[in-house]
Design a protein around this ligand. Structure first.
Ligand SMILES: [Zn+2]
Length: 455
């Protein structure tokens, strides 16, 4: 019996030991797992901390950089606020008026500046602001201060005043000729030969203009900027002419394409010719006459609506102008004069139609133009009630010579298609003499293997 009890106790003890052992092992395993988990977690946490630290450091760097950038910006904002405050209180205006009071006659630019400041300070209804602009307009010499004129005209128009804003002041090409390449076109004017200044940028002054007007002076088309023209200087010192120091053989100095271009105009039209497969027709319409003397030629700016069709493609007629003698020669011989009709396609492509004028009977169309042309260089004039149809200067027959050329005035930009009509139009000897430019023709240029087509 005793032995049985001992055996049972022993067995119980063994079981107990086993259970205890198992339990201990189990606990140890669990703990180990937990430790591993904890370790992993802490590693993750450590990584996360490192990453966060890096992120924080980067953010701090960014913040520091932003602060650096913000500094000057904040200063600008402060300056702007100061300017605004000074304007709204009228102190700036008052200061400027006081400063100007000592001067009996203010320049047009100052009048406009004062007007602009008044308008900003007191609003567009302020009669003194309008008066300042008007005074500026009266003071301004039309020929040389176009920007000032434009500023005054646009300001008056913006204030709802009755004022005619000159077409060259309008933000778009007067003819609405789309400017495919326009970026910063302040200076981009399809000029006489519709200079593809179209490739300049920003379009503010974009306007079909004659022969490399002031904007183009002194720059080749890529660099022509209004900021460069310095007001009247461009007029006072033209950078090119048809004779002397600034004659055609010197144009290349300031306008490299004039010397280096390989497709320059005009050409001496001599065979052999290639058969043309192009059809050409003009749809010119009557409109109010707008005519100017730009210092290089007499030019007529044409209101929208007149077109030249080359095959099916329309080109808007922007302007036409005259050369004496004709720039083109036919088998070595020039005509008395030539009319160049400058067109621009929707893609900016320029096409010039040349109509040769031969001495003969009086030309009634030219009679109208000469009766209204300004004899001195100046802005466009629009004589009251005078209408003109450019089609009146065209011959009936439209057979032509054609070649790829350039503007015949600086900057001599290439990519201009020329059509020279074979049929000439009459002009009286006296009418040739009345033209205010004795010679305004560029000499013929090297053909450089170009085809001349003929239909
Ligand atoms: Zn021309």
């Amino acid at each position: 019996m005793k032995r049985t009890i001992v055996e049972v106790l022993l067995a119980l003890a063994l079981i107990g030991a086993g259970v205890f052992g198992w339990l201990s092992w189990k606990q140890a395993q669990t703990a180990k797992g937990q430790v591993t988990e904890l370790q992993a977690a802490s590693e993750e946490a450590a990584k996360a901390v490192t990453a966060s630290k890096a992120a924080i450091a980067a953010a701090e760097e960014q913040a520091a950089a932003l602060e650096e950038q913000l500094g000057p910006l904040q200063n600008k904002v402060k300056e702007l606020d100061a300017i605004k405050a000074a304007m709204s209180s009228g102190t700036t205006l008052a200061d400027l008026e006081a400063a100007y009071k000592t001067q009996k006659s203010l320049s047009a630019e100052r009048q406009v500046g004062l007007g602009a400041l008044r308008m900003l300070t007191k609003g567009g209804d302020d009669p003194a602001a309008l008066e300042a602009f008007r005074a500026a307009l009266q003071l301004t010499d039309l020929g040389s201060r176009k920007n000032t004129m434009c500023a005054a005209q646009i300001a008056l128009a913006a204030a709802g005043e009755k004022v005619t804003v000159m077409s060259e002041c309008l933000p778009q090409a007067a003819h609405g000729a789309p400017d495919a390449h326009a970026k910063d076109d302040k200076a981009a004017k399809p000029d006489a030969h519709g200079k593809p200044d179209a490739h300049a940028k920003d379009d503010k002054a974009a306007k079909p203009d004659a022969h490399g007007k002031p904007d183009a002076h002194g720059k080749d088309d890529k660099h022509a900027k209004p900021g460069d023209k310095k007001g009247a200087d461009a007029h006072a010192a033209p950078h090119w002419s048809y004779a002397g120091d600034m004659g055609p053989d010197r144009w290349g100095k300031e306008f490299p394409t004039c010397a280096k271009g390989k497709s320059q105009s005009p050409l001496d039209i001599v065979g052999p010719f290639v058969k043309a497969r192009t059809s050409l027709s003009a749809e010119y319409k009557e409109g109010p006459l707008k005519i100017l003397n730009n210092g290089h030629t007499i030019q007529v700016n044409v209101p929208p609506g007149s077109k030249l069709r080359v095959d099916a493609k329309p080109y808007d007629l922007l302007q036409f102008h005259f050369h004496r003698p004709s720039e083109e020669k036919i088998e070595g011989k020039p005509m008395s004069m030539v009319v160049h009709f400058v067109h621009k396609g929707a893609d900016g492509k320029l096409v010039v139609l040349g109509v040769l004028l031969k001495e003969g009977n009086e030309n009634p169309g030219i009679k109208t133009l000469w009766a209204n042309m300004p004899l001195e260089e100046g802005p466009e004039v629009a004589p009251d009630g005078i209408k003109f149809n450019p089609g009146s200067l065209l011959p009936r027959e439209f057979d032509f010579f054609s070649y790829e050329g350039s503007l015949t005035t600086p900057p001599c930009t290439e990519g201009v298609t020329f059509f020279i009509l074979k049929t000439t139009v009459n002009v009286a000897a006296a009418q040739v003499t009345q033209f205010p430019f004795k010679i305004n023709a560029r000499p013929v240029q090297a053909r450089n293997g170009r085809d001349i087509t003929m239909n």
